[in-house]
Design a protein around this ligand. Sequence first.
Ligand SMILES: Cc1cc2nc3c(=O)[nH]c(=O)nc-3n(C[C@H](O)[C@H](O)[C@H](O)COP(=O)(O)OP(=O)(O)OC[C@H]3O[C@@H](n4cnc5c(N)ncnc54)[C@H](O)[C@@H]3O)c2cc1C
Length: 262
Amino acid sequence: MLHRADLLDVLRSAVPEDALHAGIEVREVHTDGTVVHAGGVSSADLVVGADGIRSITRRTVFPHAPAPRYAGYRTWRMIAPPRQVRSVETWGKGDRFGYAPLPDGRVYCYAVVRGPEGASGDIHALRRRFADWHDPIPALLDSVADDVLLGHDSYELPDLPSFVSGRVALLGDAAHAMTPNLGQGGCQALEDAVVLGAAGDLGAYDRARRPRAQMIVRRSRRVGVVAHWTSPVAVAARNTAMRLAPGSALIRSMEPVLNWTP
Ligand SMILES: Cc1cc2nc3c(=O)[nH]c(=O)nc-3n(C[C@H](O)[C@H](O)[C@H](O)COP(=O)(O)OP(=O)(O)OC[C@H]3O[C@@H](n4cnc5c(N)ncnc54)[C@H](O)[C@@H]3O)c2cc1C
């Protein structure tokens, strides 16, 4: 488990300083490699649209692509002070709570709660909602400062027919935004980058990446559906099945996601 800020430091340290222009808004991208942005117009042999779930690259190059779909739950993320824990994710009746140690001993925590898009919330509401969950969940929530909560609705992007067009390639969430249930969105963006860097042509990138990324979008969606069941009968059946399944079977079921070589 790695803190996102640490990952960004690693990535940034590999980029020459004068290659990065922060704070320039991109407004339009064209398949001939022209990019209209706040600083003017540029043209390039290759434009990589790595501009996230609301990608302007996707919207201007693939104007008919459907918009991201709300999955029905919101994730609240926070970092708790150092404490001895192992990685755990607990499923309840419609809600979920997970935590995992960071390399420096602090604890990454997340609460996933069902609700309408854009629902508001704060740490006090989370403390109340998870007050009777198992140890150390209430204690973790109590130890978090009131103002360090990140709240994000969960979305997924319906399948695009291609990740490339002309001189433009989509990468990461711009191409295949997924629900966070498998912790794979950022991982898949990194895989895209490795493959794109090595691909002989953009068609090869699309053929290598689209089936895999879209398969993981579907798997992630299925996990979210089961994890957020609320019917007591369905939840009891799910919990029994999870208890009876050997750990090795669960790990094997993740093999198509985790067993990837460039
Ligand atoms: C709650 C939650 C938990 C998650 N947990 C995990 C996890 O455990 N592991 C994992 O691998 N992934 C996880 N993800 C997914 C991960 O955050 C994303 O998949 C990842 O950030 C995608 O990276 P990206 O570079 O494609 O897009 P982004 O990280 O969204 O970056 C896009 C960048 O483009 C910039 N940009 C956008 N539009 C413009 C414009 N017009 N002009 C200029 N710049 C622009 C943005 O400012 C931003 O810097 C999680 C996501 C959520 C919501």
